[in-house]
Write a protein of this length. Structure first.
Length: 382
């Protein structure tokens, strides 16, 4: 049965060569836009393509503000810093996530707190979050949530839309509202995914995207900060441009800032890619259906939760146990087909294993079973 999936993957991608997990798709449009930018001479962070890319992302997703930055990690770093994450604070997140989520928390010198994921979404579990907050935390007279054990303020909750599958945002928002905690959506993998007909990245106080080379659209390297908050938007845009005060010629800076603005060259690539986002989402959902139709009697595929539309950034098999997971990984990789397990949970990494964990049984259950399958766009099957 495991060897059959090698045949199916090769039939989808129509090649006997190495098949990566997720690679970008380019054509003449990217070349055209890149050449126009090169010829303009504006290839760094000054240029109209950056602004145009921000505007088009805003329109596509439906948010008021979008700030283009160098990558998804820098987007999270600035988002967390803007709401006061520092050495005296904690940020709640899930352990089943890519390391960038926790790296960004660490850049702010804040402490992560790990709650469990849900079996239904693979993302943050509202019940686990609620149990942690009810047992360990309280809202004090300052209107902020505090951890009673550490006496640290909890400044944010960062759920991640794992592999492009939206989390239970309404339930998480209800819990966080009760405890006065803002949500920052890590939407790095979920561009094009919908939650109750709203784009992932529109529910949190701030949200972040990634345009890394392996995402559904890419700028080579790049990210975006999204928000509907005018004051936060102004603050984050200022910080990402070295906190430079506008002046005709003087170089004045009022706080320590970051050189995080997305270069114009990358933005031009993003503009070309964004024109194809609907086609890419449609195609990736077709590929997911091919996998599911073929393997429904052989494997358990993770499918989009109810009231959502997933971009199926990565297709996921849920193995019966860790042994089946490892066997499937070995057979496919030995056949020059890239498959991968879930990321090692954050609480298992030496940098983060001393931080508080709240009952992570689902996290470990998924870690022992997840296998990601090749999921690149393949327009030949349209």
């Amino acid at each position: 049965m495991t060897h059959e999936i090698v045949k199916v993957i090769r039939e989808i991608y129509k090649t006997n060569n190495f098949i990566p997990l997720h690679e970008p798709r380019f054509d003449h449009l990217e070349k055209k836009y890149l050449l126009q930018t090169i010829e303009s001479g504006f290839v760094s962070s000054a240029g109209k393509q950056v602004t145009e890319f921000e505007n088009r992302i805003k329109k596509y997703i439906g948010v008021k503000h979008a700030i283009a930055v160098t990558n998804g990690t820098s987007a999270l770093h600035v988002a967390l810093g803007s709401i006061g994450a520092n050495q005296n604070t904690e940020v709640i997140t899930q352990s089943l996530t890519f390391v960038a989520t926790c790296n960004a928390i660490s850049y702010c010198n804040a402490s992560p707190v790990f709650v469990d994921v849900s079996k239904d979404t693979m993302g943050m579990c509202p019940v686990s979050l609620s149990n942690f907050l009810e047992e360990k935390c309280e809202v004090r007279d300052d209107g902020k949530c505090w951890n009673k054990l550490t006496n640290k303020k909890i400044v944010a909750c960062v759920p991640m839309h794992t592999y492009g599958f939206p989390v239970a945002l309404d339930e998480l928002k209800k819990v966080c509202s009760k405890f006065m905690i803002p949500i920052i959506e890590d939407a790095a993998e979920s561009l094009g995914s919908l939650y109750k007909n709203k784009h992932a990245g529109t529910i949190g106080k701030i949200s972040t995207l990634s345009f890394n080379g392996n995402k559904i659209i890419t700028t080579g390297g790049g990210g975006m900060i999204l928000t509907n908050d005018d004051l936060l938007s102004n603050k984050m845009r200022h910080i990402t441009t070295t906190a430079k005060i506008k002046h005709e010629w003087l170089f004045e800076h009022d706080v320590v800032g970051y050189n995080y603005r997305l270069p114009n060259l990358n933005a031009s690539l993003g503009l070309a890619q964004l024109e194809k986002i609907d086609l890419f989402v449609k195609n990736k959902r077709q590929i997911a259906k091919i996998y599911q139709d073929w393997g429904s009697n052989k494997y358990k595929f993770f499918t989009e939760p109810s009231n959502t539309r997933s971009n199926y950034w990565l297709n996921v098999i849920i193995s019966n146990d860790v042994n089946e997971r490892n066997y499937l990984l070995k057979v496919t990789n030995d056949s020059k087909i890239m498959t991968r397990p879930a990321w090692t949970p954050m609480h298992k990494l030496k940098m983060f294993n001393s931080y508080y964990c709240h009952d992570l049984k689902n996290t470990m259950w998924y870690f022992d079973r997840i296998v990601n399958l090749p999921s690149s766009v393949n327009l030949d099957i349209l």
